[in-house]
Design a binder for this molecule. Structure first.
Ligand SMILES: [Zn+2]
Length: 319
């Protein structure tokens, strides 16, 4: 499962590669699971939209789209990237019957001076699930098994969504304003952070993992943050002092920023937007180190299960 730092890395990689490009057409596979919005709605929202920005919200990748601004700025920006293979039709899997195959509307628009209308805001939201990947490639490159979506871009490249285990989800917010729930840990100030735990009787570890409170803090980063702030994972959230929560917030931000700087830390088959292995393993101080000596005091690291998740901590350094 990619955690916040991996998703941030992927979103940044995508932003630098596809911002300004235009989605000419989209092909969607026949498997229903990856489509959280109806296929027809996804196609209608994405086709002929300009990708204004790509960013992370929690563990979601959000593409901000501008519609009714077909191929103006994007073509200019994309000029240097046009591949020699442009125009060559890729061999595609059979298109689902309910969704249009690659349309030639963009081509039909060629030469027609489009009247400038105010761009409408829409969003394409991608959750990678366990094994989802977004691939940017040339149209002639082999279509991998488990490819569920192919976006044909005005720059001549394709953006593909590949997901063998199909826990990933594609959806659209036609009017924009997608709400990922919770607050963004990297943007949280102390007052908002303190308010999350007020009166909460659950263990602090469970509260950190609760996506309705904080977006995108996963198991590894929760354990590492609790270790750095000296708080045991089972401590009742409401009983932790303001001062300790202040240290915890600083630790959460520190751990996430370090992992983002390293390009994410999951041990997995995630690839970055270029299709290259993009991630390095953060040096975990407690996570996954059960029985090994604490890096600070040499006490063996303990593992307990809290709300079904493994939690690692040092019984001497964390109180
Ligand atoms: Zn220790």
């Amino acid at each position: 499962m990619p955690e916040l730092p991996e998703v941030e890395t992927i979103a940044r990689g995508l932003a630098s590669r596809v911002s300004g490009d235009v989605i000419e057409s989209i092909w969607l596979g026949q498997k229903p699971e990856p489509l959280k919005s109806p296929a027809r709605e996804i196609s209608a929202t994405l086709e002929h939209s300009r990708i204004a920005a790509v960013r992370r919200m929690g563990k979601h990748i959000v593409f901000d789209l501008e519609q009714n601004s077909v191929a103006r700025a994007p073509l200019r920006q994309a000029q240097g990237r046009l591949s020699p293979a442009k125009g060559r039709e890729p061999k595609l899997p059979r298109a689902r019957s309910s969704s249009p195959s690659f349309t030639s509307r963009a081509a039909a628009d060629g030469g027609v001076r489009l009247t400038q209308t105010r761009p409408t805001q829409a969003q394409w939201i991608v959750h990678l699930g366990m094994t989802g990947r977004l691939q940017i490639c040339e149209p002639q490159s082999e279509i991998l098994k488990h490819t569920h979506a192919i976006l044909k871009l005005a720059s001549g490249r394709e953006l593909r969504f590949v997901d063998p285990r199909r826990f990933g989800r594609l959806s659209v917010a036609r009017a924009g304003g997608f709400d990922a729930g919770g607050i963004e840990p990297l943007e949280a100030d102390l007052d908002r952070f303190l308010a999350l735990f007020r009166g909460r009787k659950t263990p602090i570890k469970s509260a950190l993992l609760n996506q309705k409170l904080l977006r995108g803090v996963g198991n590894i980063y929760a354990d590492e943050s609790l270790f750095r702030s000296g708080i045991r994972p089972r401590r009742r959230a409401s009983a932790i002092t303001r001062e300790q929560l202040g240290r915890l917030l600083a630790s959460v931000k520190e751990v996430l920023r370090e992992a983002i700087a390293l390009g994410g830390s999951s041990i997995s088959d995630y690839v970055d937007a270029d299709g290259e292995e993009g991630f390095f393993q953060l040096k975990h101080r407690v996570y996954g180190r059960e029985g090994e000596p604490c890096l600070v005091c040499k006490t063996p690291v303990k593992r307990v299960v809290i709300a079904g998740r493994s939690s690692h901590y040092c019984s001497k350094c964390q109180k």
